[in-house]
Design a protein around this ligand. Structure first.
Ligand code: ZN
Ligand code: ZN
Length: 419
């Protein structure tokens, strides 16, 4: 009888060595990111910094016809953009106009212009500074606000390195790894739950999503630690979560329920203190305490501009309606001829939009009325829910590991690989 040993050996080799190579890795998943700028974009200059880029001029607005043979020509045109070569894209009446280097502008307008296959490309929307991108770029016309729309597609690990660099707050590897694992989980949560499905992307670079302006500001430590934490995510009861985090809590963390009205068992209220009697983990943050002073008239202008809707709805004053146990204002009453209640976090966003993002850093503040001015003393920066990033840095300084940091800020969660 023939031995079956070689067969089993083969099977064992496949199971142990080959098959893990086929396992899907979330870090390789492609993400489509909508890259917004403050102002509408009507003009872009692109230059290949590295590698040859294939440029596809897709979907001409007018159908291209070969007059002699009287037949429709191919709908897309493709060309190569070599290193140092540049092209211009301009918003036109019906789509996008395109011009390569010193060539005359193409007489056609296109609905979509795609760049792919190269290594690194610079994109400038004057007067903004150039941004550097990898992966695939797709330019279309945004009909709503007369602007060029840019979508960048790149693998999760590259997006992660870029966003982690933009949000970088610590040089301590254990804290940076905790941040990267939370960020990877957040990005996957957005994608898995199709929160941006309507716009045809997975995520955008506005405040409610993540900071992303290409890979030009990437830093060495996040780049390396993305690899060291490859495919690691935070789960609760085997489900991927939306881990919330913020700059500085100011000593006390609030639950997601009290700030957002959403009950999440891993976003609890707790002191940002590892062991009773110790100092707050984020005490070294520049935003641990803050103070600003504004003129009384500025506050009136803010209220009337931010909340006015017709003369009978002119609001002239505000006061906290509810303050939670961690001293955060969770709802606000604004009054004039009539009054209305709004959430503390919405009120904070309006304050920051009007006075600047570094003015009222959190909803944890008190007002003192002076003769002409109003003085606000506050603690922390951000919503105060989930991981306090400066606190994570403080814990890492005290010798805590990535897992200990994550377990502290997201109790009950588990770090798993590939979800
Ligand atoms: Zn978004
Ligand atoms: Zn803190």
């Amino acid at each position: 009888m023939k031995s079956k040993l070689p067969y089993y050996l083969l099977l064992l080799t496949f199971t142990l060595i080959i098959s893990p190579l086929f396992a899907a890795s979330c870090d390789d998943e492609l993400f489509k990111v909508l890259v917004n700028l403050e102002q509408p974009k009507t003009f872009a200059r692109l230059q290949s910094y590295s590698g040859n880029w294939t440029v596809i001029l897709a979907d001409p607005v007018e159908k291209l016809r070969d007059k002699e043979q009287n037949k429709e020509l191919s709908r897309s045109v493709s060309m190569t953009l070599g290193e140092t070569q540049d092209v211009l894209i301009t918003l036109s009446q019906k789509g996008l106009a395109f011009r390569a280097g010193n060539m005359p502008e193409s007489p056609f307008e296109y609905k979509r212009i795609i760049f792919k296959g190269g290594d690194l490309i610079s994109v400038t929307f004057p007067p903004s500074a150039p941004m550097l991108f990898e992966g695939e770029l797709s330019f279309t016309k945004d009909a709503d606000n007369f602007s060029i729309r840019l979508i960048n597609q790149l693998p999760l690990n590259r997006l992660l390195a870029a966003v982690a660099s933009q949000e970088a707050f610590s040089n301590n590897s254990q804290a940076v790894k905790a941040h990267i694992i939370a960020l990877r989980t957040k990005l996957l949560y957005f994608k898995r739950n199709s929160l941006h499905k309507a716009e045809g992307v997975d995520i955008c670079n506005q405040r409610h999503c993540v900071k992303y302006q290409g890979i030009g500001s990437n830093k060495t430590l996040p780049e390396i630690l993305v690899k060291h934490t490859a495919n690691k995510v935070l789960t609760y009861k085997n489900q991927i979560i939306l881990p919330r985090y913020h700059h500085t809590c100011g000593g006390k963390i609030s639950s997601s329920e009290s700030v957002y009205g959403i009950k999440e068992p891993y976003h609890i209220a707790q002191a940002d203190v590892y062991r009773h009697g110790e100092a707050e983990n984020c005490m070294h943050s520049p935003s641990f305490r803050w103070l600003i002073e504004i003129n009384k008239s500025e506050l009136e202008t803010f209220l009337s501009l931010s909340y006015a809707s017709g003369a009978s709805y002119l609001y002239t004053s505000w006061k906290p309606e509810q303050i939670n146990n961690e001293e955060r204002i969770t709802s606000v009453k604004i009054s004039g001829k009539s009054s209305k209640i709004i959430s503390g976090i919405e009120f904070l966003k309006k304050l920051q939009k009007f006075f600047g993002s570094k003015s009222f850093k959190s909803a944890r503040f008190k007002e003192e009325v002076m003769s002409r001015t109003l003085q606000y003393t506050g603690k922390g920066e951000g919503d105060g829910v989930g991981m306090c990033l400066y606190g994570a840095d403080g814990l890492a300084k005290k010798g805590k590991t990535t897992i200990e940091i994550l377990n502290f800020y997201y109790p009950g969660t588990e770090v798993k690989t590939n979800y």
